[in-house]
Every structure is written in structure tokens, then in C-alpha cells.
Design a protein around this ligand. Structure first.
Ligand code: ADP
Length: 360
């Protein structure tokens, strides 16, 4: 039979219709299949390129690739499947000249639901998977990120000569546990009530993004102020956001606020990646966000339990440890980061008209 001949084209054909268990798309279409080659002695070597830093069902995928090849080519002696990672993105920062693949806004309908904690742990989670990550604290009314990541440093300003001889100033972000961080708290005194008018806010956020030396990033997480639409509007004008993550608690009231946050993001044309239910457990209940998300046709990105160690570590400026140590909350927090990255990649795959540009 000619199609069981051990050629590259035949091998490719036999994997064409195979769907991966996460994106549920044929390997050839999703771009996951990088190459498939016959080797010596009836061996086959397959290279899979993942668009996300963490892929939960790698062994299932390996098995189904092996099965498909061995079924089509009974003479095949061994199948080797190798994985590499190439994080895909919308090149969110292109309009501002930033080399940032994905900008993610983290919002909530109201304060106190753990939005900043989720934003910081999402950033550390993605970093833990090996991605290059930055974190912007745009919660101008209560900037808490420096406290959560445990830094009291201030960003440095670096001056250099522009092309036309002008002196330009670039801000070097503070580094906290390997994360690049910018916050309004670096520029205002603690306890100082910050009343920002729209244009000032717009200017400050623009500076945070445009004049900061972010370098190349896979993800830039933005901790948004709760409720209001001002900052969202600014962001949607400046960037092509990968999307927004909405944080809520399981209580009914907080859920209604979450619905408002979802509508607000949709109004300014920022796609909503999904909802995270924070503080779930005995006190506030569980599962409300998932049900509401289904009603609104919004993906559910995971639930984070109400847990004293989350409060203790964040109050002590040690959010990064929640992701690196083996604590009760570690797995749920990593899961939220993993699912968020998958949701971004899924959105890109499902909207092939949007360019998934590479940063070279
Ligand atoms: P927001 O940004 O929504 O105002 P924060 O992230 O500042 O909320 O969190 C408010 C408080 O709740 C903080 O003290 C934080 O440590 C605590 N917290 C957040 N999430 C959890 C959780 N899952 N379990 C226990 N405490 C939490």
C-alpha cells in the first residue's frame, strides 16, 4: 500500500486529522505540529511546538500521536515526540513600539475581591512556567502591587540621546523576584489620596507603557482600578489587548459586579478571556462564578480557595512564594495562570484573521 510507505508526506497525512486534547483542533491546523520525519530503522521523530508556556495534557497528546502513527505504520519501530514552546500573541504593544506579545488586564467590578492578589499571582504563575512577564499596577486609587511583591525600590530613570539630539528619558522598571514591575505607588506618597482626572490618568498610563523599558515580554499583566472605565478606555486605545480577566468572589453581589465589569470591558472592545472565582469555599460559597460565566458565555479560568496563607504571603510581600512552594493554594493559582494562557492561545487560533505575529 503506497500510503503506508514511510515518507514524510505520508507521515504528515496520518496526523492531519488528529486533534490535540486542549485546543481540540487538528494538529496541522493549530500549528502545533512543527515537523514529522522518518528516521533510521523505522523510527519516527515528531516535533510539537506549543503556543503556551504550560500545556496540561502533554502525555495524552504524546500517546495519541504514537497510537496514530503506529496504527498507520505497523512497521514503525519507535515514535519520539519532542516539545518546544513558542508563546504566541497578538503583539499587543506594537502600536506603542513595545515588544510585548500579550497584554492582559485584570479587573473587577468592585474592590476587595482579591483582584491585585490574582494579578500578581497570575504574573508569577506565568513566570514560573518560564514566560517573560511584567506587571503594571494601574490601580491608581489603591496601588498595592509593590506591597504584594515585597519591593520598596523605586524605578530608575535613564537618559539617552535620541536620533534628533534630544535627551530622552526611559524608566527602568523595578524587578521583584524576576518580575518587571511598575506602579503608581512608586510616584506618590503612601496614604496620599490620589484623585486623578481623566487626562492625567491617560498620561500616566501612557507613560507607564510607552516610556518604560520593558524589553521583550511574553505577558504584561495590568492590575486595573476596580469598576471604572477610564483606564480601560485608555488601554484599548493604546494597545491591542489579549484580553481581560475578571475577578469576583462567589457571593451574589460580587457576581453582579462582575457582570458589570464584563460589560464595561466589552464596551471598550477589550475581549473578556474569562472569570476567576476568588475566595471560594465555606464562607462565601463556591461555583457561583462558573454558573454565571456559563450564562454569559464566558470561559471559567478557575477558582482560588479562601485561604489564610494567601493573605499572609501577600501581606508579607511574598506572593511569588505562593507559586513556587508546595502550599495548599499553589496548584489552584498555577491552574489559573495556565488556563489564562490557554484561553489567549485559543482566542488566537479561533480568530485566524488576527495576525499572530512573531517578535523577532
Ligand atoms: P483588591 O485588589 O480586589 O482590592 P486585594 O488583592 O488587595 O483585593 O485583596 C484584599 C485582601 O484579601 C488582601 O488582604 C488579600 O491578602 C486577601 N485575599 C485575596 N485573595 C484571598 C484568598 N483567596 N484567600 C484569603 N485572602 C485573600
Amino acid at each position: 500500500m503506497s500510503n503506508s510507505e514511510f515518507t514524510e508526506a505520508n507521515l504528515q497525512n496520518c496526523l492531519n486529522d488528529l486533534q490535540d486534547p486542549v485546543f481540540h483542533k487538528p494538529l496541522a491546523k493549530s500549528g502545533l505540529l512543527k515537523s514529522i520525519k522518518p528516521g533510521d530503522g523505522g523510527q519516527v521523530s515528531v516535533q510539537i511546538e506549543l503556543p503556551v508556556p504550560s500545556y496540561p495534557l502533554q502525555s495524552e497528546l504524546t500517546e495519541s500521536i504514537r497510537d496514530a502513527i503506529q496504527k498507520a505504520f505497523p512497521d514503525c519501530s519507535a515514535v519520539e515526540v519532542e516539545y518546544s514552546i513558542n508563546i504566541k500573541g497578538k503583539q499587543s504593544g506594537a502600536r506603542l513600539g513595545l515588544k510585548v506579545k500579550n497584554v492582559i488586564a485584570v479587573g473587577a467590578g468592585k474592590g476587595g475581591v482579591g483582584k491585585s492578589t490574582v494579578a500578581a499571582s497570575l504574573a508569577f504563575g506565568l513566570k514560573q512556567f518560564g514566560a517573560r512577564v511584567g506587571l503594571v499596577d494601574a490601580d491608581v486609587y489603591g496601588p498595592s502591587i509593590p506591597h504584594l511583591v515585597g519591593t520598596s525600590e523605586k524605578p530608575m530613570a535613564q537618559e539617552f540621546q535620541g536620533r534628533d539630539g534630544q535627551t530622552l528619558t526611559r524608566i527602568i522598571p523595578v524587578e521583584a523576584d524576576g518580575l518587571k514591575v511598575m506602579s503608581m505607588a512608586f510616584f506618590v506618597e503612601p496614604e496620599q489620596a490620589v484623585i486623578w482626572r481623566g487626562p492625567m490618568l491617560h498620561k500616566a498610563i501612557t507613560q507607564f507603557l510607552q516610556d518604560t523599558e520593558w524589553g521583550e515580554l511574553d505577558y504584561l499583566i495590568i492590575d486595573m482600578p476596580p469598576g471604572t472605565g477610564d483606564v480601560s478606555l485608555t488601554l484599548s486605545q493604546l494597545l491591542e489587548l489579549a484580553g481581560a480577566v475578571v475577578v469576583c468572589t462567589p457571593q451574589q453581589v460580587a457576581l453582579l459586579d462582575a457582570v458589570k465589569a464584563v460589560q464595561m470591558f466589552r464596551q471598550v472592545k477589550i475581549p473578556v478571556l474569562g472569570i476567576v472565582e476568588n475566595m471560594s469555599g465555606e464562607i462565601f460559597g463556591q461555583g457561583g462564578a462558573k454558573a454565571r460565566g456559563e450564562e454569559l458565555q464566558i470561559p471559567f479560568l478557575g477558582e482560588i480557595p479562601m485561604n489564610a496563607e494567601i493573605r499572609e504571603k501577600s501581606d508579607a510581600g511574598q506572593v511569588s512564594q505562593l507559586l513556587t512552594e508546595d502550599l495548599a493554594s499553589t496548584a489552584p493559582l498555577l491552574k489559573v495562570a495556565e488556563t489564562t494562557a490557554i484561553e489567549i492561545a485559543r482566542t488566537l487560533l479561533e480568530n485566524p484573521t488576527e495576525p499572530a505575529l512573531e517578535i523577532l
